[in-house]
Design a protein around this ligand. Sequence first.
Ligand SMILES: Cc1cc2nc3c(=O)[nH]c(=O)nc-3n(C[C@H](O)[C@H](O)[C@H](O)COP(=O)(O)O)c2cc1C
Length: 192
Amino acid sequence: MELLEALRARRSIRKYRREPVPREALEKILEAGSWAANAGGGQRSMIVGVRDAALVERLGRMNLARFDRGRLLGSHVSCEQPSVIDDPSIASGFYGAPALCVVFAQRDFLYGIPDAFCCAQAMLMEAFDLGVSSCIVSRAEETFDSAEGAALMAAWSVPENYIARCFVALGYCDGPYPPPKPRREGRTKIIE
Ligand SMILES: Cc1cc2nc3c(=O)[nH]c(=O)nc-3n(C[C@H](O)[C@H](O)[C@H](O)COP(=O)(O)O)c2cc1C
């Protein structure tokens, strides 16, 4: 598929079937993340892929445990694919996805966050190309900010000076794939 066509068609999915994501697909998605543009060419981000659905569910609950509804600005995210902002009954920040990528960055690196989200975008597009649905999820720092989170990072051999910056939930869309959202006018301009 042409890249622009894929960029138009990809949507964030928040309803997943239980069907696992094959290891080969996850390997390609991780590789796509490793090819993302990165500040200074330092290739500092680390990405951990999780195919254990029970662990993804546990992480998804940890992700929501520190979600502060009191700080929401009343924004609405999606009708067809409601987010945790839209639907308080959602129990996992990863919406029942069977697989997950966790992107870690060096804690004190100025561009750690943009690096992580560049990885996430690359992974979304590779996933889309493979027919795997996805959703970027934030609150990564809070998710691992506990003894339980620290223990998981240690078990995954994530270096101590690294911090989680974002997630990509992965799986297969349950129900119809949502159509493209219209673009807001006036957001781009060419000066010549
Ligand atoms: C920086 C960033 C953080 C996001 N965090 C979340 C999140 O925590 N939970 C969620 O459901 N979606 C999250 N998203 C997905 C957006 O809600 C989604 O991209 C947006 O609604 C546009 O929808 P689309 O991706 O289908 O075009 C995030 C996206 C970005 C770029």
